[in-house]
Design a binder for this molecule. Structure first.
Ligand code: WT7
Length: 648
């Protein structure tokens, strides 16, 4: 495979950037040769209450696993995002809010954000929240969402943000797992001009007798739409804010005290509560934000993610605010009122850095250049992408049309688990190759291993592991440390296994090829095939289901579902529609199956394991390369499936 075109570092990017190629290489070497000295120095980018005296204390030995950074230091994340900026830039904008409605926007200064955060922190206390408690946040993209997250950090409570697109069932499962007693939500969200019934979804989630821990639901009034109210449980955000004091001394947190948890899908079982702690996470989120986006004071920075994902945590909120940045918070969607929106928001707020996802880029590209050309985008200096491999065509379009050939693109590879960016170009240092996330960030030691775990050298392809810890790494799966060790440190002992495959070229550049496990990446949203399967088999007419990904032009991967029905069920198109609705209700619209195929039987090994490899090939219409089918218990099912596929 050819590596295609190379885009050398641009002079304009190099002349302003923190590091050039030589400096990157020198710093990288120092960071892996002497991590204690390197991170000991860079940890000082934060304000510590009690400075740390130890830096790295980690071992990947699975019998003895321990990941601790800056462990004897104390600090508060909200102080690092707010208080410490007040003297120098209290009146500078912290957040630019751009509403769903293009006429709706406002600027919030660091001083205002600090005040609101302190007030809501006191309001949370008045509702009984204490250090170490969990607060579930199920919100649209509002300034109040940022306030709620920062207020939790201020008083040492863990937030658990649940994406507003998730269904009541999915929300309920996440509340139940952590046992939160508080939920912060809004009456309704608004996206693309349409109301999203958040409070109604919370009511439905809490109606489930198994979701029994919640005592208070705090409701932000966003639309004023009709909602049900439960007097003893529901409180208005504005009511408890009204008499809250603006004075809220921050909780002194140990570096290794939890900051938040965030659920993500694995290849098996229910979603995992990924737990991040305070010190290492904040050092890593802020440092990567500064270096990868070459953030300098006054830059207007826009990450289009949602707070419901890790990108929203690290690169809308914590990283940028720790750096005293101006961060744009967008309530809406890229195609409302039409597909010119992103470009118009860039022009309106003079955005310098735009960070978005390949799926959004492909969707805009499919609409045609004329929408993008309705804006000048002359303020842009840097573009970023995250969430899935970006195909070179989409990369070129982003580069040529959105960035007018002027802006470098940082293709940032990372995961919910990694807390921050692990592999990415730096704009002043790294020559770009479309489709490659390029080189590791400081302190990150990627390696490729074969299926036996042997580390491979040179230009090659394999399973992507990381050989040693970095400060932003997750510390545990909430409530299930065994699962943490088993999932990440047992496949290739002594390393952190990412679940991704990758190729490395002659220049040492990494090309992520996608998940090698049963995790799907649909429009940059991560989903376990097991979750979707268990939703399907919960339907009374479904006997068995198998879910695989298949190539999809816009979404990257689409969801392909094989369903075996009960004997008495009629395999009709109506039933297919019903099953799509069923999955949407069980998990949420992000999990909607794209294609359902009736399967009289599923290909299984003699021990009963479904051979997904074969199902993936059939879904991708690659019938000729099914590979070895001799271990199948009944090889004829494959013929049946191919026939059904052709008639589907
Ligand atoms: C998975 C992690 C990191 C925040 C968003 C997703 C895929 C992510 C890239 C990229 C190729 C990428 C990987 C990874 N991924 N960024 N730049 N190039 N693949 O976080 O939901 O935890 O998903 O997303 O497969 O393992 P996540």
């Amino acid at each position: 495979m050819s590596d295609g075109k190379v885009y050398p570092v641009k002079e304009a990017a190099k002349s302003r950037a923190l590091v050039d190629k030589d400096q990157y290489m020198a710093m990288y070497k120092e960071s892996v040769d002497n991590p204690d000295a390197f991170w000991g120095e860079h940890g000082k980018r934060l304000d510590w209450i009690k400075p740390y005296t130890t830096v790295k204390n980690t071992t990947y030995d699975r019998n003895n696993l321990s990941i601790k950074w800056f462990e004897d230091g104390t600090l508060n994340a909200s102080v690092n995002c707010l208080d410490r900026h007040l003297a120098e830039r209290g009146d500078q904008t912290a957040i630019i809010f751009e509403g769903d409605d293009p006429a709706d926007s406002r600027h919030v200064t660091y001083r205002e954000l600090h005040q609101e955060t302190c007030k809501f922190a006191n309001a949370l206390k008045s509702q009984g929240v204490k250090k170490g408690d969990i607060v579930t946040i199920y919100m649209p993209m509002l300034v109040e969402t940022a306030v709620a997250m920062l207020a939790c950090a201020r008083i040492g409570a863990m937030h658990s943000v649940v994406f507003g697109g998730f269904s009541p069932e999915a929300l309920g499962a996440r509340i139940k797992d952590g046992g939160a007693k508080w939920v912060v939500t809004a009456d309704q969200g608004v996206r693309g001009g349409r109301p999203i019934p958040l409070k109604k979804n919370v009511d439905a989630a809490l109606n489930n007798p198994e979701v029994s821990t919640v005592e208070k639901v705090i409701v932000v009034k966003r639309t004023g739409g009709d909602i049900q109210w439960q007097e003893d449980r529901d409180v208005w955000f504005h009511d408890i804010m009204a008499d809250a004091s603006v004075d809220c001394p921050p909780e002194e947190m140990s570096a290794e005290d939890p900051l938040f948890m965030l659920y993500t899908s694995g290849s098996t079982g229910t979603p995992k509560g990924v737990l991040h702690t305070t010190g290492g996470y904040m050092v890593y989120a802020s440092m990567t934000h500064e270096y990868v986006f070459d953030y300098q004071q006054g830059d207007i920075y826009w990450c289009t993610a949602d707070f419901g994902w890790i990108t929203g945590h690290s690169y809308i909120l914590y990283g940028p605010l720790a750096n005293g940045a101006i961060t744009l918070l967008f309530e809406g969607v890229p195609n409302y009122p039409d597909s010119s929106r992103i470009g118009k928001v860039v022009d309106k707020h003079k955005v310098n850095v735009l960070y978005t996802a390949p799926t959004a880029i492909r969707a805009l590209m499919a609409e045609g250049d004329q929408y993008m050309k309705q804006s000048s985008r002359e303020s842009l200096r840097l573009l970023g992408t995250v969430g899935e491999p970006i195909n070179p065509e989409a990369w070129e379009w982003y580069y040529n049309v959105v960035g007018d050939e002027r802006c470098p693109i940082v293709d940032t590879w990372w995961q919910t688990e990694t807390g921050g960016i692990l592999i990415s170009p730096l704009p002043g240092a790294t020559d770009l190759k479309p489709g490659s996330a390029t080189l590791p960030f400081f302190g990150v030691q990627p390696a490729l291993v074969d299926s036996d775990g042997n580390v491979l050298d040179g230009a090659t392809e394999g399973n992507l592991v990381i050989l040693d810890s970095w400060p932003g790494q997750m510390r545990t799966v909430y409530g299930d440390h065994e699962r943490f060790i088993l999932t990440y440190f047992s496949t290739y002992p002594g390393t952190y296994f990412t679940g991704d495959g990758a190729r490395r070229d002659e220049d040492g550049y990494y090309w992520i090829t996608g998940r090698v496990d049963d995790v799907l990446n649909v429009s940059g949203h991560r989903m376990g095939t097991a979750e979707i399967e268990s939703a399907l088999v919960a339907h009374p007419l479904v006997a068995e289901a198998a879910v695989v990904g298949y190539p999809h032009d816009i979404k990257g991967q689409g969801i392909y579902v094989y369903v075996t029905l009960n004997h008495d069920a009629d395999p009709s198109d109506e039933l297919k529609t019903e099953l799509v609705q069923w999955v949407r209700k069980e998990i949420g619209p992000v999990a909607s199956p794209d294609l359902i195929q009736w399967a009289p039987g599923l290909p299984k090994t003699r021990s009963g394991k479904i051979m997904r490899r074969i199902l993936r090939k059939i879904a991708a219409n690659e019938h000729d390369s099914l590979g070895d089918t001799s271990t199948l218990a009944d090889p004829s099912v494959v013929e049946d499936l191919i026939e059904y596929r052709e008639n589907a």
